[in-house]
Design a protein around this ligand. Structure first.
Ligand SMILES: [Zn+2]
Length: 244
């Protein structure tokens, strides 16, 4: 972990495991292509039914290593009542100015979990305010190019897809690193929505369904308020003519 390490991509989750589920394949792909990737968890996940904040922290560190992230920063903004006041905003501004990402991944605001909805607004606002020179925090202003959003529980029509076929097993390995949270036949802890085997099947099924749209094995979907600019519209649809 390097306290000053700058990255190109910063993936932000409300809870440890959000980024693995929502955009873990894309993070694994980008890090393997030599992009500098970092993760920020806004809370410690202390409201979770299974595991303790300590076990989740160890699991989160394992998952970050599997994805090839250079660091995993954590804030303590309150799992189950995510704080979005000015001090929370400034805490996120501080991370953005320190890490200087070009692209930020954040939870989509259309979701079942209110923490994800709040996190989406908080990160969007902080990414903008981080670029205001008039906001003096002791670090130079920095504004990411864009914040793009990954869906969690609810389905949203993606603005763009990322082909994660070649790293899909790595994404699943990162999700499985959260041993206390997901299906484990040996676990004696209470069952939750996400600890059922069907939940993990759903993660794979969604990636396959997005992949099918793009005639590839597995994909992750993102929502962006600005459409991404295609360098080559022809290449963007390569192979679709033989698709499903
Ligand atoms: Zn979450």
């Amino acid at each position: 972990m390097n306290d000053q390490e700058a990255v190109e991509i910063l993936a932000v989750g409300a809870h440890p495991d959000d980024v693995e589920l929502g955009c873990g394949g894309t993070l694994a792909l980008l890090s393997r292509r030599g992009r500098r990737v970092g993760i920020l968890d806004l809370t410690r996940g202390e409201a979770g039914t299974r595991g303790t904040p300590e076990t989740r922290a160890a699991e989160a560190a394992d998952a970050a290593r599997i994805l090839g992230a250079l660091f995993r920063d954590g804030l303590d903004l309150g799992d189950g009542n995510l704080c979005t006041d000015r001090s929370a905003e400034l805490a996120v501004v501080e991370v953005i100015r320190r890490r200087r990402p070009r692209l930020v991944f954040a939870p989509l605001a259309f979701d079942r979990h209110p923490d994800h909805v709040r996190a989406s607004r908080l990160v969007t606002d902080a990414a903008f305010y981080a670029g205001l020179r008039s906001l003096e925090t002791g670090r130079p202003a920095h504004r990411p190019q864009q914040v793009v959003y990954y869906p969690s529980s609810f389905l949203a029509s993606p603005t763009f897809l990322v082909d994660v076929t070649e790293v899909f097993q790595i994404k699943l390995a990162a999700v499985h690193a959260f041993r206390s949270q997901f299906f484990d036949p040996e676990s004696k802890e209470p069952a939750t929505v996400i600890s059922s085997p069907e939940f993990l099947e759903g993660v794979t099924a969604r990636a396959r369904a997005f992949g099918q749209l793009a005639n590839t094995g597995a994909a992750e979907g993102f929502i962006s308020s600005r459409p991404p600019l295609l360098v080559d519209p022809l290449a963007a649809f390569d192979g679709f003519e033989t698709g499903f």
